[in-house]
Design a protein around this ligand. Structure first.
Ligand SMILES: *Cc1c(COP(=O)(O)O)cnc(C)c1O
Length: 435
């Protein structure tokens, strides 16, 4: 339907990827709670399993109609050729890294990334022959250029870092990557596609923890890999996309195919689905997909309100006598990257360094009544956590210090409550913490 393809973000988040007439006219996307699908007859079965009937399914590890609506909707919102949904954000990140560097290679990434990502990059991927060259800032262009070698497979960054909210200069990074014949992979979890669409600035792959702002209600884990579909995988750097694959060919007809020869520029995302999701598992269940689709319908209004609340809270904290420093790029009026990439705001996450000692941190957390103390972000509820002891525990102290991640740091994820109430809660909590 051409009309929908031309629609803007707010229309797509409600309608893209779903036609009620194809689902018994159900207005709300049905939950297809089934492990498998009837194949009708052997002729139809053959067409389904060889991908000739895209509307049909065989087994929910290979694809499920509820999950497929979620994937198509996200691809439409992001401006990508296709998306694959998985069981968690970490699965999305892992699959994207394996897919690009399979068989061994190097990846360049900054150290300001999510704790589990950094742990995986430093301590786990090397066991599979995938090694990381780490830089302190995603915008250290000279440092990154110097690290690119013949076996470098990708540059990986977070568009907005957690919890420092440092902004990556996606356009500059994409240029550097493409000059070297490698893709730029962006974890865009914090802004969500509502605040930033990295493909518009040249990124090739985005990964998400849709557990966070895309869902927005803290009720289900999920992740996404999205493919821009512009990168040329046939440039000699990535044999996994150009070698013949048994499952893509037809033994009886003597036909052979690689992911590139069969899917062209969609080779990356098709390979994620057919190799990683199908063989390593980590699928998203239809009930989870339903919850996320529901949350996604209100993403714009949620983010607008959360950004507005977060700015007020950043301003309140900046003038508090108990706060040493606030980390929130969203209120830095002379930040050029903010102006370029985030006209609607940088997001709902911010952090601040509390004066005093760690006992004051403990007392503040104990004395808050509206903020929930838990390790999550992007919920309708406002949340607080002490990252150095929880979410970023896996980051070695030497790296933590470089990003202001000391034991006095507190991270806030701002929800949809009234800003006045959140500020009142923080004010009384701070007073009690230092009483
Ligand atoms: C939470 C998070 C992840 C991991 O996602 P899960 O859904 O918890 O697996 C990855 N990257 C960022 C930036 C995150 O905030």
């Amino acid at each position: 339907m051409k009309i929908l393809e031309d629609c803007k973000f707010n229309t797509r988040r409600i309608h893209a990827g779903y036609k009620p007439s194809e689902h018994h006219f159900a207005s709300s996307v049905p939950i297809y709670q089934t492990a498998a699908f009837e194949l009708t007859n052997t002729q139809v079965a053959n067409q389904i399993v060889t991908g000739q009937l895209p509307g049909r399914f065989d087994y929910s590890r290979d694809g499920n109609p509820t999950v497929a609506v979620f994937e198509k909707r996200i691809a439409a919102l992001e401006g990508g050729v296709d998306a694959v949904a998985v069981g968690s954000g970490m699965s999305a990140i892992s699959f994207a890294i394996f897919n690009v560097a399979e068989g061994g290679g190097r990846i360049i990434a900054p150290t300001n990334i999510y704790g589990s990502s950094l742990d995986e990059f430093r301590n786990f991927f090397p066991k599979f022959g995938i090694n990381f060259d780490l830089v302190d800032s995603p915008n250290d262009f000279e440092g990154i250029k110097r690290l690119i070698g013949s076996d470098t497979k990708a540059i990986y960054v977070e568009s907005v870092a957690n919890p420092s909210t440092e902004i990556a200069d996606i356009e500059g990074l994409a240029k550097i990557a493409h000059e070297a014949g490698i893709p730029l992979i962006v974890d865009n979890t914090l802004p969500t596609p509502y605040l930033l669409r990295p493909f518009e600035y040249g990124a090739d792959i985005t990964v998400y923890s849709s557990t966070k702002g895309i869902n927005g209600h803290g009720n289900a884990l999920s992740g996404l890999v999205v493919d821009h579909g512009k990168f040329d995988w046939n440039n000699g750097h990535f044999p996994q996309f150009t070698e013949n694959e048994f499952i893509l060919g037809d033994e009886e007809q003597h036909i052979q195919h690689s992911f590139v020869s069969k899917f062209g520029n969609a080779a990356f995302i098709k390979r994620i689905r057919m190799k990683y999701v199908r063989l390593l598992g980590s699928v998203l269940g239809p009930s989870e997909a339903y919850l996320i689709l529901l949350g996604l319908e209100t993403i714009s209004e949620r983010l607008d309100k959360e950004v507005s609340n977060a700015k007020k809270i950043a301003e309140f904290l900046a003038q508090s006598q108990y706060v040493k420093q606030v980390f929130y790029s969203g209120t830095e009026s002379n930040n050029k990257l903010l102006k370029k990439y985030f006209p609607k705001g940088v997001g709902a996450l911010l952090s601040f360094e509390l004066k005093g000692k760690e006992s004051n941190v403990a007392k503040l957390i104990e004395n808050l009544h509206i903020f929930s103390y838990l390790p999550n972000i992007g919920d309708a509820k406002s949340l607080i956590v002490n990252p150095a002891r929880t979410t970023h525990r896996e980051v070695p102290q030497k790296i933590r210090i470089k990003h202001g991640l000391n034991n006095q740091l507190l991270r806030l994820s701002i929800g949809l409550e009234d800003a006045d109430d959140l500020i009142t809660d923080l004010r009384q909590g701070l007073e009690r913490a230092f009483y």
